[in-house]
Write a protein that binds this ligand. Structure first.
Ligand code: SAM
Length: 200
């Protein structure tokens, strides 16, 4: 990933959501994007140019647009109609984004549209976040990665965040993933942790 004087950027045609520009580069704000926050907090995080990405929880496409500046293709899944409309606008300008109006708990419904991917990136804030990620492992190439943005309060508000975090890591490992990094996203995002896994 590219940085200019320590600021994370991506190279894309024009701004998408009023983000700051540094010449032809778009500033990727860690307060607006958990992916960017992870990059600032864990130096080993990378998004190799030319990667194929399956993105679950695309929302209005702000982070998707930065990911698409690096990736060869981004399959972007969103199930809420309003953000989907904005995502479609973003995808009209970026031909390597494939917007999918679908429910990430039902991957079999969009499986025919998606190729094998190098990265499954998930940011869905649902109770069953680990299970959703695990359901997408058939799309992941061997050696590929899963980045799960875990919103602990969405899983179980009664459990302490550390317990939810540990349980989620254990569930992912039981499914054959190896956790290579696990980071709380403070100060950028409260109640969120990023879990980076490799398919072994
Ligand atoms: C926290 S927002 C994602 C923010 C986005 N990743 C970004 O960085 O710009 C979570 C999104 O996931 C979507 N979502 C939640 N559950 C989903 C599901 N089962 N299938 C698809 N999208 C889902 C929500 O509608 C919402 O837009």
């Amino acid at each position: 990933m590219i940085s200019i004087d320590g600021t994370l950027v991506s190279r894309g045609e024009g701004g998408v959501y009023g983000e700051r520009m540094m010449g032809e580069f778009r500033v990727w704000d860690p307060y607006r994007s958990k992916f960017a926050a992870l990059w600032y907090l864990d130096g080993s995080t990378d998004l190799p140019e030319g990667a194929v990405v399956l993105y679950l929880g695309a929302a209005n496409g702000t982070t998707v647009s930065h990911v698409a500046d690096y990736a060869e293709a981004v399959y972007a899944v969103e199930f809420a109609p309003r953000p989907m409309q904005d995502l479609l606008v973003v995808a009209r300008k970026r031909k390597n984004i494939v917007p999918i109006f679908g429910d990430a708990t039902q991957p079999q419904r969009y499986a025919p549209l998606v190729e094998a991917v190098d990265l499954v990136y998930q940011d869905v804030a649902q109770p069953n976040q680990a299970a959703i990620a695990i359901r997408h492992l058939p799309f992941l190439r061997s050696g590929g990665r899963v980045i799960l943005m875990l919103k602990t309060r969405s899983v179980d508000v009664r459990k302490c965040p550390e317990e939810v975090f540990a349980d989620t890591c254990a569930e992912l490992e039981a499914a054959g993933l190896r956790v290579v990094a696990a980071v709380w996203l403070l100060p950028y995002h409260a109640d969120h942790a990023a879990i980076v896994c490799e398919r072994v």
